[in-house]
Design a protein around this ligand. Structure first.
Ligand SMILES: [Zn+2]
Length: 159
């Protein structure tokens, strides 16, 4: 186990060669610190998504062996795909307000809300405000090779 004590902090060596700041102890990455805005934001290309962007804040590429932390940003009027998969989500709503679909029931969500989505539950996030809906969504890295199932009636929604 690596115990981070005040004494060991002096041995951190920030790595300035990338946008990330690595803190090394005896040459091993102990921490990685970065500002989320420095991480690339990509459009969610999955069918059924509209106005939805994602940043992979932390994950396997960073040496995290168990979990990935993503930050989603859904534009006004936008939504994530209506979908399910055999792994859970842990969600924290950072900003904005909207709804989350749980099966056939819609629940209102707002900044500060914490949400657990269990495996195989059909879910979809929608922005109900004029400002972006931003939330963190964590997944286990074991999810990356598991299938995502589109809800059958899902497509780009018609207004
Ligand atoms: Zn999902």
């Amino acid at each position: 186990m690596l115990a981070l004590t005040r004494a060991s902090l002096s041995r951190f060596e920030p790595n300035s060669q990338t946008a990330f700041h690595y803190f090394l102890i005896d040459g091993i990455i102990a921490m990685k610190l970065n500002h989320f805005e420095e991480i690339e934001q990509a459009e969610v290309e999955m069918p059924g998504a509209s106005g939805c962007k994602v940043r992979w804040l932390l994950g396997a590429k960073d040496g995290a062996t168990n979990f990935s932390m993503r930050q989603f940003e859904v534009a006004a009027g936008g939504f994530t795909p209506k979908h399910s998969h055999p792994y859970e989500h842990e969600v924290f709503v950072l900003e904005g307000q909207g709804t989350v679909l749980e099966g056939d029931v819609e629940h209102e969500i707002k900044s500060g809300d914490v949400l657990y989505v269990s495996p195989n539950e059909i879910h979809q996030f929608k922005n109900a405000a004029d400002v972006p809906l931003k939330f963190l969504c964590l997944i286990p890295n074991s999810a990356l090779d598991k299938p995502i199932i589109q809800a059958p009636e899902c497509g780009v929604e018609k207004n």
